[in-house]
Design a protein around this ligand. Structure first.
Ligand code: FES
Length: 170
């Protein structure tokens, strides 16, 4: 007689110690029975750990770590634009094209970035240096047009400013 085990193998080991400590700090901000409230932070942390993108296994690991249904983690990861479900370049340039930025010539900013980088929105340079991504409002409308690179906002942009920013990217 054979026995079958339907339990899925744990993926917790995919979350490294530093990420666990970081996630635990976020979990501690919420009531003990609301660990899942840290899901957005946890996804950002493991995404950073993985070089800027998520994998199914990492999302499964986050669900396991926070004791929540896997589907709920997938729903968050696929809803918000800050999560990447495919590998990205070393730098991710998020260009806001929402209403305030559009009225302040974000189209010119997009065109200039595309020309300088030789890629279109949603693409990554062949050397893996930069991914260019169109995003919704970054919440800095008063200083439109705006881009975000990693955790830094660049505001009141002009093509000249873009050139300086790109020349400082490694
Ligand atoms: S519309 Fe671009 S930052 Fe708000």
């Amino acid at each position: 007689m054979t026995t079958q085990c339907n339990k899925k193998p744990s993926k917790l080991e995919l979350i490294n110690q530093a990420s666990r400590e970081d996630i635990d700090n976020w979990v501690a901000k919420y009531p003990a029975d609301q660990k899942q409230s840290a899901v957005m932070a946890a996804l950002r942390i493991v995404q950073d750990q993985n070089g800027g993108s998520l994998t199914d296994d990492l999302m499964d690991a986050v669900a396991e770590y926070l004791g929540m249904p896997t589907i709920a983690v997938y729903e968050v990861a696929t809803f918000y634009s800050m999560y990447e479900l495919k590998p990205v370049g070393r730098h991710k340039i998020c260009v806001c094209t929402n209403i305030s930025c559009m009225l302040c010539a974000s189209d010119d900013i997009v065109k200039h970035l595309q020309t300088r980088l030789g890629i279109k929105l949603g693409e990554t340079t062949s050397d893996g240096r930069v991914t260019l991504k169109e995003v919704e409002c970054l919440g800095a409308c008063v200083n439109a047009p705006v881009i975000q690179i990693e955790n830094t906002y660049h505001e009141n942009l002009t093509p000249d400013k873009i050139d300086k920013i790109l020349s400082n990217l490694t």
